[in-house]
Write a protein that binds this ligand. Structure first.
Ligand code: MN
Length: 237
């Protein structure tokens, strides 16, 4: 039997959206969580990468590294064929983040195992194919139990939580259960997950959060940094 109730908040892919992050921090779910797990990618896309990074690194979050966090800390992987605009965006972000924060990112783990109510639970941004980059995600139309099982074959866990893919999803196979958390920062409404472990029972819920994304969008367009316009269109797509 679990001695007391544990409430774990899981979120991912803030992508520089400080407004969404502040909104999350004001929720009861955030304030009453006994553990908060951030599945990576606090930077790139929206206009407040540095602030989001500081906020999450200095918070009570367990910070798991995302691929964009890795690009910010180490630069884009040499093997990556990024467009000129994507490279320009990346440089813009890297230049806006102080070296101290980049060094701190380099110390972060990429995965976490927890045991809750007798279940082995795995948390990650996404499957890492190297030290610097993650694998391609399963495309929306191929999100079947079989494809998840194939992709996560090497992970020994009962339940898997991951970020990276911005569209929330839940699927159960014969072997495992999978939760795609969804993005807090670059999709509307904002997404996160709450896990409650109580009396040896696990309750897992996708949650949404509404905030004034138009304010963020307008600011991005006004600031007009590389790819700002393109990323400002991600919220509603
Ligand atoms: Mn990612």
């Amino acid at each position: 039997m679990q001695k007391s109730k544990e409430k774990i908040l899981v979120y991912a892919d803030v992508h520089g959206n400080l407004d969404a992050l502040i909104k999350l921090k004001k929720t009861r779910d955030y304030k009453t969580a006994t553990k908060i797990i951030f599945l990576g990618d606090s930077v790139t896309m929206c206009d407040r990468s540095k602030e989001c990074l500081e906020e999450i690194l200095n918070g009570k979050e367990i910070y798991l590294l995302g691929n964009h966090d890795s690009y910010c800390a180490n630069g884009l992987p040499k093997s990556m064929k990024a467009s000129a605009r994507k490279q320009a965006h990346q440089s813009y972000i890297r230049n806006s983040v102080p070296d101290g924060l980049k060094e701190e990112l380099k110390t972060k783990d990429k995965e976490l195992y927890l045991t809750l109510c007798g279940k082995k639970i795995y948390f990650t941004h996404y499957l890492w194919k190297s030290d610097e980059d993650v694998e391609d995600e399963i495309e929306l139309e191929y999100r079947t139990p079989e494809n998840f099982d194939k992709k996560f074959e090497r992970i020994d866990a009962d339940i898997i939580f991951h970020g990276h893919d911005h569209y929330p999803f839940h699927v159960l196979s014969d072997k495992k259960e999978y939760y795609v958390v969804g993005s807090l920062g670059i999709k509307i409404p904002a997404k996160y997950i709450v896990i409650i472990a109580k009396n040896d029972k696990l309750k897992i819920k996708h949650k949404t959060l509404h905030y004034n994304f138009k304010k963020v969008k307008d600011r991005m367009i006004k600031l007009d940094y590389p790819n700002a316009k393109l990323y400002s269109e991600f919220f509603e797509n």
